[in-house]
Design a protein around this ligand. Structure first.
Ligand code: DC
Length: 673
């Protein structure tokens, strides 16, 4: 998905089931373990995403044979602890799990390797891991800034020691310890790692230990502070004095990703009411992933969680009680905790997420990013060095539609999608989800149900405006008069003296319009412009500015921001084709040019003017022609749109027809956003 943005309308409910992609943390560990092991490992349900692709590519460049089976599993031919390629340059993108674990494994395995990543990877600290590896004799150079990637690894000094030991900090990233542990069997002999400082994200270390055991290397552990590989006498050790070595378990199944599950469980907690629930398949009560505990946090917030061996389901609190804010030490679930920051918007009372300093060295500074983007929604947030406090909206502090930046951070894109239950959103660069979950937005669309839209397009003076406003009132829906936005742009251009042919300047004006629609009136820059907006001069100018693609693009999200619960009636020229292509009901409302000119003539007469009939008809035809013939979003009847000719109908009859169509098939329609 290489989109520049994805617009999400306000969602009104969620239900259904999804199968989760494989766990990233398990996939990348399993790939490395299988590569280092004796024998061939067949890995089932391996996550296929950017981060695991980086690991697979790197292992292949190191001479590890990896192929895909007919059943979609990956077969890794283990190299028994020695990579065949002794000199290589590896690019690891922004895959922290690949970078840290390969740094350790390659630094301790001899050979000459260069490890690089994307610019953000070069800002993520690795000095503590390098220091620990140097204690074990590894020769490592920083190729850029000291303490950060890129790195050059130049093998290991031969030491005649059978008792190697290293100290590593545990309070910056648990991946340093994970990397060291995974690489320990490469040293030979007895080895020990001691952790200084409190160990953060402990469940990830436990995951590492469990997977090492699956590949035949159990580690002796003394609390969080000391981890040792005792050398001989282990089941995997083949020679006396030899160290344990990894042995393929044959087939290895990767469970579904518990961090990815967090978004869908939150979706259920926010949007699945009554008998509905959202269920994730592929991770269950036997899971070895720490982020499983996210479900407990949701349940503390009042969500109803059910878990079995194969899956987990979540639904909103029962009995009409809402979610409640919580205070939580998030050290054990740093990734899934981001999702809680968004769930907090739907709770009563504030939510405090504590002990999250590690967020600052992830794909982006996640505390700063959360603070900034939640702020765009109008949420009240307090960000500290290692905590985030979110106060939910209330009448005096409502949320507003916003354009969310994602900082090339998959979790920013995924967790913010949930905010669409409060307001419409634009998510910039949504393709970043490919880091761990390429199909995320497809699955989201399967589960989340948007507020419905009735899209009504048609030419000028067809009676659309009156019909749309009345239909919206009858259904209690919002009403978007999209033509007004083009008129406002034309008016703003006139007032600012902007040249009507200067597309870029017009688009900039359209993007920055300070406009309020309230009680059927429109104001621009604080001034009521309802009357002047409908004048003939502005009508004509509007149809000219509307032909510029840049102006249309600048007004797109402004229009989609009207797509709110409980529903919307959109009135315009391209409602069904461009702005709301998945509208539940599409109508093309029209009448002959003569009928429409006659109506306009009568309207103007009623206002006390003395208009020229022929001039009205020719002006109307000219505008029709411009709207129909422009290359950008021309006026036309969409194939799925029903034709409503109002030539012989009064407004009451036209409204009744739209409502009848809505009752017939629109109301039950399940649109994909
Ligand atoms: O519906 P209206 O007459 O207020 O629209 C004013 C102009 O704006 C019209 O000439 C065409 C243009 N327009 C458009 O291009 N796309 C829309 N969705 C709505 C209006």
């Amino acid at each position: 998905m290489n989109m520049t943005f994805l617009d999400l309308p306000q969602m009104i409910s969620a239900s259904g089931a999804v199968r989760l992609p494989g766990s990233k943390s398990i996939s990348n560990r399993a790939l490395l373990l299988a590569a280092l092991a004796d024998g061939i490992t067949e890995i089932e349900n391996l996550l296929e995403s950017d981060d695991t692709a980086r690991m697979r590519e790197a292992l292949r460049r190191l001479g590890v044979k990896i192929d895909e089976t007919d059943m979609g599993a990956w077969r890794v031919h283990g190299v028994s602890g020695r990579f065949p390629v002794r000199r290589a340059e590896l690019f690891l993108g922004n895959a922290g799990t690949a970078f840290r674990s390969l740094t350790a494994a390659l630094a301790l395995s001899g050979g000459d390797y260069t490890l690089t990543g994307v610019p953000r990877m070069h800002e993520r600290p690795i000095g503590d891991l390098v220091d620990a590896l140097r204690q074990l004799g590894a020769k490592i150079d920083y190729l850029g800034k000291t303490g950060y990637p890129p790195l050059r690894l130049r093998g290991r000094e031969k030491r005649e020691k059978t008792h190697a030991a290293a100290r590593v900090r545990g309070d910056v990233s648990s991946q340093f310890l994970t990397g060291l542990l995974l690489a320990l069997p490469l040293i030979g002999g007895k080895t020990r790692v001691e952790v200084t400082g409190a160990l953060i994200s402990r469940p990830y270390v436990e995951l590492t230990l469990k997977l090492m055991a699956r590949f035949g290397v159990p580690i002796e552990r003394h609390g969080d502070q000391s981890f040792s590989l005792p050398g001989a006498s282990l089941p995997g050790a083949s020679l006396p004095g030899d160290t344990a070595r990894y042995v393929s378990p044959g087939v290895f199944h990767v469970e579904g990703d518990a961090s990815s599950a967090s978004y869908f469980l939150a979706l259920g907690a926010i949007g699945a009411t009554g008998n509905d629930a959202v269920r994730v398949e592929g991770v269950g009560c036997q899971s070895i992933q720490g982020d499983l505990r996210f479900a407990e946090a949701l349940s503390q917030m009042g969500a109803v969680i059910e878990m079995d061996e194969h899956g987990i389901s979540a639904r909103a609190p029962s009995g009409g009680q809402g979610l409640r804010g919580i205070t939580l030490d998030c050290n054990a679930i740093p990734d899934a905790a981001m999702t809680l920051a968004i769930v907090a918007l739907f709770a009563t009372g504030e939510t405090r997420l504590l002990n999250i300093a590690s967020w600052r060295v992830k794909e982006t500074d996640r505390i700063a990013a959360m603070d900034k983007e939640l702020g765009k929604l109008g949420a009240r947030v307090e960000a500290g060095a290692d905590y985030l406090r979110v106060t939910p909206p209330d009448e005096n502090h409502p949320l507003r539609a916003a354009i969310i930046d994602t900082y090339d951070d998959h979790r920013m894109a995924m967790c913010f999608s949930l905010a669409s239950f409060a307001v419409p959103l634009r998510i910039n660069a949504p393709g970043c989800v490919a880091k761990t979950f390429p199909g995320y937005f497809r699955d989201f669309a399967v589960l989340a149900r948007p507020a419905p839209v009735i899209a009504i397009d048609g030419p000028t003076a067809s009676g659309k405006g009156a019909v749309c406003a009345r239909v919206a009132a009858a259904l209690g829906f919002h009403y978007l008069d999209s033509g007004a936005l083009y008129r406002l742009t034309a008016l703003a251009a006139r007032e600012a003296g902007v040249d009507g042919e200067d597309e870029a300047a017009l688009a900039a004006l359209a993007a920055a319009l300070d406009v309020v629609f309230q009680d059927g009136r429109v104001s621009l820059n604080g001034k009521d412009v309802s009357e002047v907006l409908r004048g003939e001069a502005i009508s004509s100018a509007a149809s000219r500015v509307a032909a510029f693609p840049a102006v249309r693009a600048a007004l797109l999200f402004r229009q989609r921001a009207f797509h709110r619960a409980p529903g919307l009636v959109g009135d315009g020229r391209d409602m069904a084709s461009v702005v709301f292509p998945s509208a539940a009901l599409k109508i093309f409302l029209t009448a002959s040019a003569e009928v429409r000119a006659e109506r306009r003539w009568r309207q103007l007469r009623e206002k006390g003017q003395d208009p020229d009939r022929a001039a009205i008809l020719s002006d109307l035809k000219a505008r029709d022609a411009r709207d129909r013939n422009r290359p950008a979003a021309p006026l036309r009847q969409e194939p799925a749109a029903r034709l409503l000719d109002t030539g012989a109908l009064d407004i009451d009859a036209a409204v009744a027809q739209v409502l009848a169509w809505w009752a017939e098939n629109g109301a039950g329609h399940r649109a994909i956003p």
